[in-house]
Design a protein around this ligand. Structure first.
Ligand code: ADP
Length: 428
């Protein structure tokens, strides 16, 4: 297949998405140039023309920019600035997947999921429902695998793409037949300037939708409700979903009302894609859950160890905290703007908190003011045994850090695995 023959792309940022993008684009006939500021990453791309986009001779059709590299705020990467100045489009890999799928003549449909929290769960759940229903599907993008490593699907297939705000800023023709925006709370504001900028990026999930498309929108927070009002003026069929509406919700791998919101979203999208109710119900009931999201990783002496390492902001942590009446809490890392704001209603449920990471002291300060028992212990290695010792009465050690991991770990997965290993070590 050479649908991209004659095209010339520069891939900037050779991480999880960049390298697969370069490989696929080349396979599809394009001429591909690659660059990463990190020398080791450049070496991994042996076999490609390694050069900065601005140094490529002749025309470039687009720069495929890694979601982690800014082209606006807080400061555009020099090469992105160059591309903007030259009018070279800056794209994300999902856009090129869409072009590749259409270019190869497949009418496979696209489902897109965004929101501050719940994206991965909803993406994985929808893909699972489609599996149960026997619909060929491929899920990925932000959640991984990278968009451009997904296979070509037939006309009845569905791509289920988790879209971050960074990716949504870089789509141009991609249109989602079914799209969901789950919720909005302050996150990544350094990249989007303010809440309005962040919401504008998220709203792109609904770009180009027409009356044949379905727009699923959460209505459990103010910013999302504003977006719902805006959607009602547009052409797509709008489905409003709420987790707060649901009184009783007991699905083991999907605990809490927030997961009821995710399940509602997956249901609405599955319906829009033509899945029968029975397969949806069966899919929800048999969903195995995702690692690092309120995942029970050990049980010892009646104490459950819950790994919620993916809770990198306060809103996400509050959802997990709401699921347990009393718990020992392990938290801290690199706090988001707003820090622990929003967690106050759950302070009375904390038996004792053990704080780690860069902002552990700041968290301790807030807990002191509120009279919550706590200890700054610095690392997970110290926190886990201390939390276990303190958990005798309440039976739950909840690791829901309400902060990013990069001060002490490469990513939230490594942080969660460290917690799980320590918890299981305790369990021996
Ligand atoms: P994302 O991919 O958007 O980061 P995940 O599905 O990985 O979201 O969930 C991350 C964390 O966010 C979960 O551990 C949970 O604490 C919280 N969360 C999940 N779904 C929701 C939701 N719909 N609303 C609010 N918080 C949620």
């Amino acid at each position: 297949m050479s649908i991209f023959s004659g095209k010339r792309y520069a891939v900037l940022g050779l991480g999880k998405a960049g390298l697969p993008a370069a490989l696929r684009l080349r396979e599809l006939g394009a001429e591909v140039f690659v660059w990463d500021d990190d020398a080791a990453s450049r070496e991994a791309a042996a076999g490609f023309s390694v050069t900065r986009p601005s140094k490529v001779r002749g025309r470039l059709d687009a720069v495929v920019l890694s979601p982690g590299i800014p082209h606006k705020l807080p400061k555009p990467h020099d090469e992105a600035k160059w591309a903007l100045g030259k009018g070279v489009p800056i794209l994300t890999d999902a856009e090129l997947l869409y072009q590749a799928v259409r270019g190869q003549g497949s009418r496979a449909r696209f489902a897109g999921i965004t929101g501050t929290n719940g994206k991965s769960t909803t993406t994985a759940l929808l893909a699972h429902i489609l599996d149960v229903a026997g619909v060929p599907n491929a899920a990925g993008a932000n959640l991984g695998p990278a968009a451009l490593s997904l296979p070509l699907l037939p006309d009845n297939g569905v791509y289920v793409l988790e879209m971050s705000s960074y990716m949504l800023e870089r789509i141009v023709t991609l249109r989602f037949d079914a799209a969901t925006m789950l919720n909005l709370s302050p996150d990544h504001l350094e990249r989007h300037g303010d809440m309005a900028g962040y919401a504008a990026a998220k709203r792109e999930i609904f770009a180009r939708q027409d009356s044949t498309c379905t727009a699923v929108i959460g209505i459990d927070d103010t910013e999302s409700r504003k977006m719902a009002a805006w959607l009602h003026d547009g052409p797509a069929q709008v489905v409003e979903i709420s987790g707060d509406d649901i009184q009783e919700w007991h699905v083991k791998a999907l605990p809490g009302r927030h997961n009821a919101q995710n399940a509602s979203a997956a249901t609405a999208m599955a319906r829009a894609l033509g899945v029968e109710w029975g397969a949806i119900a069966q899919g929800i009931a048999s969903f195995p859950g995702l690692a690092h999201r309120q995942q029970e990783v050990a049980l010892r002496d009646g104490v459950r160890f819950i790994n919620d390492s993916k809770a990198t902001n306060a809103d996400a942590a509050s959802r997990a905290m709401g699921c347990y009446m009393r718990f020992v809490w392990i938290a801290g890392g690199v706090a988001k703007s707003g820090g622990m704001d929003g967690l106050e209603p759950f302070f009375s449920r904390i038996e004792k908190a053990f704080l780690i990471g860069q902002d552990g002291e700041a968290f301790a300060h807030r807990l002191s003011e509120a009279g919550v028992a706590h200890e700054v212990v610095g690392t997970l290695e110290r926190a886990v045994p201390a939390a276990f010792a303190a958990a005798g009465d309440c039976g739950v050690v909840l690791f829901s850090p309400a902060a990013a991991s990069f001060d002490q770990f490469v990513n939230f997965e490594a942080r969660g695995e460290c917690f799980a290993a320590l918890a299981q070590g305790e369990a021996e």
